[in-house]
Write a protein that binds this ligand. Structure first.
Ligand code: PEP
Ligand code: MG
Length: 571
């Protein structure tokens, strides 16, 4: 038996056989292209060539800026490879005469080039074959797009074990009969972890090399409570965990009697307690929880696992279902936060060359770059609830200009709808996520232009502490009780309240029962938590005194280290 400690990403326990996902295995099948589709196949290859050339332009530009001319010259080599007839002409010839798919023709051409290189005696030139592969891989990725869907091969209920899982992979896990998952990479607030909680899949991430240690069929236990996995467990240990599973179920049941009760502290301070909505599967259980509404509707799931964006009609139907289920309670529609670790198959070429995607074209930045996409989403949201109260939340705002541009687009979308005779929405509230330090620091300059704010703790902590939320190596530094985090949160609440703007908080922090006292004491008006933790947080809230929490936070603000703050605030 072997116990490996990782990071608890999603609670509960899974016991079962492993399904090990082979990492980055590229399977290229030979397909026969019908005669009338040959032209299209050739165009497809040419488009991939163009995209790869554009990748090279961007890389060259970056290399020139950061490394200088000598390094940028390397890109010239890549460009030469890309225009080499052995690749371009040969691939086109094969598609045309042998009627094979572009991927297959390319992989054959690359193999031929590789063999030619292997015969070269001069080591320097022989090693240039890596450049050929580099270029080949770029080309292939443009041709194939990501998503070989290895997860569809999970046939018996299993625990998925992988080097890494993307959020879009995670969305498929429920259908893929997964019991839970364990990955080498990842952090607690990665979108993969967030979705695991939404789908109620126990998960442990950041396990360094677990995917190398197991083979499909080996038994393991995922302990999402303690953040560890057990390989080859003994029958006694399995029995212990089966009992633990039953106990956890009992604990959940005991919380059920809180469903109809108000989210109010012992001394009568009401706090709006809402849930996040990350995947459509959650809606039913959220409705059964009797919450105060949806505080964060992460609409980006609608854009996942597809190659074309959802139409206005499709989005409208999805939003209407949520709105109707929750009415008359509020739903905060966050416009899609695509980018970062939520890369889609929609083919945004900017994303293929980002070396730092969390600081890249993400959230509102992407939508201001592609305003048509933004408009379609706004139309779908605005049409959803002409009679009700619509709340729109903008992710990843970092400057006032972005907010003003977004407001202009919102206004023109509303005018457009009015011209089309769509009944006007009675009331639209607009909010921004406060998740980038620039906004937290200069919040007063944004407040006149918004109706509410929502603190996105996942990103705010990541950017404030410079700790990548996906990186298990620095996960120990990701600390919601860091004095800088506590002070920043305090500053945000004070500034917003001085202008009478309500403050919500979302992200994973409020779902951690250890933080309830801190957030209540800071004076946050509403918490949006994961459905799974909703009743536990309500229990916490109801056992707290607002006055005592406020006093404790005042003291905490004077402390200089996380351990002392935790001691004071964790009950
Ligand atoms: C956050 O950053 O806290 C947040 C809620 O947004 P997301 O986790 O979707 O980036
Ligand atoms: Mg965020």
């Amino acid at each position: 038996m072997l116990i490996i400690k990782g990071i608890a990403a999603s609670p509960n326990i899974a016991i079962g056989p492993a399904f090990v996902v082979e990492d980055e295995e590229i399977v290229i099948n030979q397909l026969e292209i019908p005669k009338n589709k040959i032209r299209m196949e050739i165009q497809r290859f040419k488009r991939a060539l163009e995209k790869t050339n554009r990748d090279l332009d961007r890389t060259e530009h970056r290399a020139l800026k950061t490394l200088g001319k000598a390094h940028a010259k390397l890109i010239e080599t890549h460009r030469l490879i890309l225009s080499d007839p052995l690749i371009t002409k040969e691939v086109l010839r094969r598609i045309q005469s042998e009627r094979v798919n572009a991927e297959f023709a390319l992989s054959e051409a690359l193999e031929a080039v590789n063999q030619a290189f292997e015969k070269i005696e001069d080591e320097f030139f022989r090693e240039r074959r890596h450049d050929v592969f580099d270029v080949g891989k770029r080309l292939l990725s443009h041709l194939m797009r990501r998503g070989k869907k290895p997860l569809s091969a999970v046939e018996v209920p299993s625990i998925v074990v992988a080097h890494n899982l993307l959020p879009s992979d995670t969305l498929q896990l429920k259908d893929a009969r997964a019991l839970g998952f364990a990955t080498d990479l990842g952090g607690k607030s990665s979108h993969t972890a967030i979705l695991a909680q939404s789908l109620e899949l126990p998960a442990v991430v950041g396990l360094s090399d677990v995917s190398q240690r197991l083979k499909t069929g080996d038994t393991l236990i995922v302990d999402g409570e303690q953040g560890l996995i057990i390989l080859y467990p003994t029958p006694e240990v399995i029995e212990k965990y089966v009992q633990m599973q039953a106990q956890l179920q009992l604990q959940d049941k005991a919380l059920e009697n809180l469903k109809g009760l108000e989210a109010v502290t012992r001394d009568g301070k009401s706090i709006q307690l809402m849930t996040n909505l990350d995947a459509p599967e959650e809606l039913k259980s959220i409705a059964a929880l009797n919450t105060d509404g949806i505080g964060l509707f992460r609409t980006e799931y609608l854009f996942s696992n597809r190659t074309t964006p959802p139409s206005e009609k499709e989005q409208h139907e999805a939003y209407f279902r949520v709105f109707k289920t929750m009415a008359p309670k509020p739903v905060v529609f966050r416009t899609a936060d695509i980018g970062g670790d939520r890369i889609t198959d929609l083919g945004f070429e900017e994303h293929s060359s980002e070396s730092n995607p969390f600081m890249g074209l993400r959230g509102i930045r992407l939508f201001l770059h592609y305003p048509e996409l933004f408009k379609v989403q706004l139309r779908a949201i605005l049409k959803t609830a002409p009679q009700g109260d619509v709340r729109i939340l903008l992710p990843m705002i970092s400057s006032i200009e972005e907010l003003i541009s977004s407001k202009k687009i919102l206004k023109s979308t509303m005018d457009e709808l009015a011209q089309e005779g769509v009944p006007p929405v009675k009331k639209v509230e607009l909010g921004i996520m406060v998740e980038i330090p620039s906004v937290a620091m200069a919040l007063d300059t944004f407040l006149d232009d918004v109706d509410f704010i929502s603190i996105g703790t996942n990103d705010l902590i990541q950017y404030l502490l410079a700790v990548d939320r996906l990186n298990e190596n620095v996960a120990y530094l990701y600390d919601p009780f860091h004095p800088a985090v506590v002070r920043t949160l305090h500053q945000i609440v004070e500034t917003a309240h001085s202008k009478e703007k309500p403050v919500g908080i979302c992200g994973e922090m409020p779902s951690d029962p250890k933080t309830t006292k801190l957030l209540v004491g800071l004076g946050v008006d509403s918490l949006s938590v994961t459905p799974r933790m909703f009743l536990r947080i309500k229990r916490n809230l109801r056992s707290l005194s607002f006055q005592e929490a406020t006093k404790a936070v005042k003291q905490a603000l004077l402390l200089t280290d996380s351990a002392s703050i935790r001691k004071l605030l964790i009950t």
